[in-house]
Design a protein around this ligand. Structure first.
Ligand code: ZN
Length: 310
């Protein structure tokens, strides 16, 4: 069994409009935009990162905004809900804030004993806030959001799957422990994780497969401390029969990817070097940073990108 994984690292989704995406995650949810850069394979597309002050592993929601991309169709074979952690009692604040801003999909319930508020992002993204009394992570404090309500980072994510057995086995191999069942959902928890520690696996044998588009999660990344541990994890996965990519330099972390039996793309990402490798923590995300191979085309790239603020 793998012991190096410590919970989630980041979740990467797709959007149809960069400015709207930036406004929603920075202003409405009050996350810190810790990086604005471009897609490594297509510098005409932003890659936007939102998280806590430093962009700590387990807090970072990232987006590729493809202008006018068609909306995805939710279904199985994908991450069906991305969950953020807020303090106990905070959902009243968020319910009022979301209602005032006309946020869609508002639905309150209880999930595994915790109060949850489900809502949708600008492209119908399935998101939720989950109350936790034990989350000690320090929040980023944005305008208009009190510290006793601010998001602490991810709580976890839910996978919607046609057939859950192989994915459940994989999660166990990755160090997750089965922690209960509610209806069609089985909960897994990472012991001694980074706070973004739960994975809920929903068994939906009659639901059609998802079609990826704006509002869909593209992949979900799990955290390891450093490159050495990442190589250990890569070897363990390959020894078990997974096809894993070579290590790829993503400037702010090192990444490996593999497709899971249920259809979801997993990434294992390192906590090093982090988002302050090319700008001061005090000024993260304020200016466009480019992968070094695109730096000579900066003027052209920048002219093509819509400014994030009007
Ligand atoms: Zn990623």
């Amino acid at each position: 069994m793998i012991t190096e994984i410590k919970g989630l690292h980041h979740v990467t989704s797709m959007a149809s409009d960069a400015r709207q995406n930036n406004r929603f995650f920075s202003d409405t949810l009050g996350l810190r935009r810790v990086k604005q850069t471009v897609n490594f394979d297509d510098p005409s597309i932003y890659h936007l990162y939102y998280g806590d002050e430093n962009g700590s592993a387990g807090t970072v929601m990232t987006y590729f905004p493809f202008k006018n991309m068609m909306l995805g169709r939710p279904g199985v074979g994908e991450v069906g809900e991305t969950q953020f952690s807020v303090p106990k009692g905070a959902l009243t604040f968020w319910q009022d804030r979301f209602t005032a801003e006309g946020i869609g999909g508002l639905e309150s319930d209880t999930s595994f004993g915790a109060s949850r508020l489900r809502f949708t992002g600008p492209d119908g993204d399935s998101l939720a806030l989950v109350e936790s009394a034990e989350d000690a992570r320090a929040p980023w404090l944005a305008d208009g959001i009190p510290s006793d309500a601010a998001i602490r980072g991810f709580a976890g994510a839910r996978f919607n799957l046609h057939d859950t057995a192989a994915t459940e086995e994989l999660l166990g191999f990755m160090g997750y422990q089965r922690a209960g069942k509610e209806g069609e959902v089985t909960r897994f928890i990472m012991p001694d994780g980074n706070g973004a520690d739960t994975i809920d696996v929903a068994s939906l044998p009659t639901t059609p497969f998802a079609r990826q588009g704006a509002g869909s999660v593209h992949h979900i990344a799990f955290a390891v401390e450093n490159r050495e541990k990442q190589l250990d994890v890569r070897k363990a996965l390959m020894d078990t029969g997974y096809q894993v990519t070579p290590v790829i330099d993503r400037d702010y972390f090192w990444a490996i990817y593999f497709r899971t039996p249920g259809g979801i793309l997993f990434e294992i990402a390192t906590n090093e070097p982090g988002f302050n490798r090319d700008e001061d923590t005090a000024h993260l995300g304020e200016v466009l940073k480019l992968p070094s191979r695109y730096e000579e085309f900066r003027d052209q790239i920048q002219a093509n990108l819509e400014p994030l603020a009007a």
